[in-house]
Design a protein around this ligand. Sequence first.
Ligand SMILES: [Fe+2]
Ligand SMILES: [Fe+2]
Length: 445
Amino acid sequence: MKKQIVTSGASVISQKKNERLDAYLGSCVGITLVDRQANVGGLLHLLLAEATGMHVSFQPKSYASTGMPHFIKELIDAGASKERLEACVAGGALIGPLSDQDLSLDIGGRTAEVVQVYLDDQGIPITESETGGYSGRKMSLDLYHWNTTIEPTWQIERPSKSPFQTDVVFNIDEAIQRIKPIPQVALKVIRMIHRDDYTIKEVGSEIRQDQVISGRVLNLCNSTAMGLKTVVDSIDRALILIGEKRLLKLVVTASVKSLFPQSSQGYSLCKGGIFQHAIGTALIAQELAVFTKKAAPDIAYTAGLLHDIGKIPLDQVMAGNTPFFYRYMQENCGDFCEAEKLKFGIDHTEAGMRLGNLWTLPNNLINVIANHHFPETATEDQELVTIVHLADLLMSKFQSHHELEQIDTEKLSERLNRLGLNSDHLPILIDLIPKNIFQSTAMPI
Ligand SMILES: [Fe+2]
Ligand SMILES: [Fe+2]
């Protein structure tokens, strides 16, 4: 059966066909509505209860208050009758190790509540509801039989039959030696972003020196996600059309992509999940840097992109050990890095630091890689580290289906304070998440 993923802030409406709609829900809320008689139904994937007024471009389907009326209207336009609609609601979980703040804010719970009240007001019965709780869910709508299924993500992605390795003999130095070196052009471009005094001519000549990367960058420029109306056939043309700042970020992204494993094993919960997590964190970090004015947006982007590079050498050994991590996180509600140290003798922040040193990355990037789980341990650039930490947190709560890692929110208040923010800003930060980043072809940098 063909499957279509409904990303956050989007809905899909369909007539009867042999296809399935899937939504991966962490703190987000999913709703299916079907009219069995008219053979029309759909799935809506909401991010928040209501808009905060700070969105870069208002997307009504991201919020329960505007998304629900919109969704019902689209169903009626497609031939459904409101009187015959049946609803299922899922998601709104509290993901990861929790703090009191999580419990009191309960952002997902608020979204689910607005949905339930709205459906009630409209007289639409809810035939199944699985909201709240502590784990992500996958919601699926079978467009042929009009059945909705709701399953915990960890059960689907990691069947309990997976082999459980008890003794891990792991040598980080050997694992790091096996990793492909980072392309030289990527390193040069990262340094240019840090220097911020490059010329367009310099940018063009650096990129042109690596034909493989140039080819990949042109492919990205011509992808539908970039939305360019003309074909980009040279780096010079790309420089004119998208400018040197975006081009530099495209080069780093294209270079790093090949280093991340593209499977759905190890840290990834879906195909290429760790890379999607990296891009999402990069884009959110960039938005947070613009919003807080506490770091240079381009440096925040690069730091977000590279923050989890330590998972690259650990990914293979993780693939055989995920049941341990699910069990550890569920039973101990503990820190993810602690679980890595227990199993592999090293966590991904330290592995990343070693890799960053080997690649001679700039010091502030190594600092982010080493301290992104506990920004207060950073001896310098605490604001940049905190920005990446928050971006990582938003990804792990609202896009929890990309990868395994969970982030602790114990010290969230003081981390927000460091950036001049408080917990009232959280819905605004969630609203700053670029809405189109999670489509598989997205590269909106
Ligand atoms: Fe991490
Ligand atoms: Fe991360």
